[in-house]
Every structure is written in structure tokens, then in C-alpha cells.
Design a protein. Sequence first.
Length: 349
Amino acid sequence: MRVSKAALIVTLAGALGACSTTPPVRSWPAAPVFAQGETVPVGTGNADAADDPAIWRNPANPEASLVIGTDKKAGLYVYGLDGQVRDFHPDGRLNNVDLKDMGSSGVIVAASDRNIVTAAQIRLYRLDTVAAKLVPLGAVAGGTGEGYGICLLEQADGLHAFSVLKDGTIEEFRLELGATPASVPVRTMKLPTQTEGCVADPRDGTLYVGEEDVGIWRFVAGATQGELVAKVDNLQLVADTEGLAILPQGEKGGWLVASSQGDNTYAVYRLPGMEPAGRFRIAEGTLGSTEETDGIDLQGGDFGPKYPGGLFVAQDGFNGTRAQNFKLVSWADIEKALETWTAPPPATN
């Protein structure tokens, strides 16, 4: 549950006045980085509304790349890298979003649809990358329960979607993208408590899922039982574990980034072993800081002069006096900030 800053201050003051014995969170330091861009705020003001982004990189003209973002109370936006709105679909309670460039089949966008809390759906679009518009394809079944997270994976037999339900159920579907789209069940996984963020490694199909109060789980391709590979320890990762993003490098290496929502930072892990590789925060600058981040996305490659080494996008839960929005950060700046990071030595009593 999200708590306003004012309510948080009152709560903390009350706790201190009552001489609470609960120790404060003392997470590891986080290197500061600064946003180079931001989107226009979502249309739903004075509410927890913006939630999750997905990035499409234009290989022919990187500066013409696009960011898709959800207003989870109203619908789905398309933004340019200048942050301006290119398109909006008022499709209601769409929580998370992902996209995949399928070559001749186009860029497919999928959003977790929670308009019916007892019957999740996956709402599908094709992204017209020239016009920067979404072309609706329809909605398909996403599982029994409230839709929450979603991520996509291209497999030999087509495009697969992982529909993450709020109760911790994860349903994998193969998507049929014909005249009448359909979702074909592949496997079911289950985590004990509330779950949302997910990301799949495109190289081998490994799935990473965030159980909000517990940590990050890894499911190898085809498995129904997962392994907890990064615990909420209040050092590297502070609950809630929210958005997840991946940047593969080589055959097995790269980075996995998680929104460490509880202390307004981002935890970085080195693949394939998931060793802590650093922490960063989007600090107060010309475009403001980020707090209470839900969804994130990360894409490598050239995105123009501001983002020559990749683009990181994060939802901003407290955007000053304006409605929530999404902040854009250079991945090269993040890498530089993490170059000297080392985990602090264990605390001694």
C-alpha cells in the first residue's frame, strides 16, 4: 500500500514519540544519478496512477525512440524521448506493460488488464513506430484473479507472455496473434504472497519475478518451481520489491535491476550469479528525484546524445505538485556511478 509523504511523517513522528524499539532501515549507500528527461505527467492527478514503462528503441533513428507508460487508473500512453505524449488509449486499469519487436509481425505491446479483478486479461496492441500510435489487437485471457504484472519472451514457437497475478500466481501463455488473438496456456507457477514485477532473459528464457516482501525469484525455462536468488535484506534490497529490468551482455553476463521501493533506490545485480553489483538513486536535480518507484525498464544501445549508452526509465511516485510521471536516465551515467561501488563490510556489534 502506498502512503503519502505527509502521512509517513506523521507515522514516523508517532513512532518516535512512542519510543518504538523497531530499528530503522539502514540500507547500503546508493550512488546518485540525475534524470536527463521526463514525461508529461499522466492524466490522473492526485493519485497513485503512473506505474510501468516499456522502451522501444528505433535502430534507424535512436532519437525517435518511444516509451510506453501505464496510467493504471486510465489507460496507456506513448511518449517520445522529449517526454511529450504521442498517443493515449483510455483502456482503463492497465497496470504493467511490456513490448517485443517481432520483426515482420511488428512491435507487439502487451499490458496487464485488471479491469475485472476476478479475470485477468492481456490487452494487446501493435505499435505503429512511424506514426507513434498504438493499434489495438484485442484482449486475451490472462488467468483467474487480478492481473498485476506482465513480461514478454520471444520463443521458437512465437511470442510468450507471463501474466503475474496479484496473489502470486504466474501464468505463462503462448500468444496467437492472428485475426482473433488468443492465449494458449503453457505452465503455471506460484509464489506465496503478493507479486508483480517480472522480466525474462531473452537468451535462455530464464524468468525473474519479484515477490514484494520477500525478494527476487528465478525460474529456469520450463520449470514450475523457482529459486529465491535475492532476498529482501534491508541492505541491498528493501521491500517492496517492485519493477525488474534486465540488460544482457554476452552469453550469460549482464545486469538485473530492481526497484528497491522501500528506500527509493534501485538495486543492481550481476548476472548470471545475481551478486550485488551496486545501488543507485535518481537524486534531486533539474528534473527532480524519484520516490516510491513501481515499474522500470532498461534498454542498451544508442538513444541519441543524452543517452548514448542505453536508457533507463523509472516511474516517479512523488512528482512534486504534479501528477506522477516517468523519469529518463542515461545508463552510461549509472554505470559510471557504480564503477567504484563496493558492498560495505558487515556491521559489528
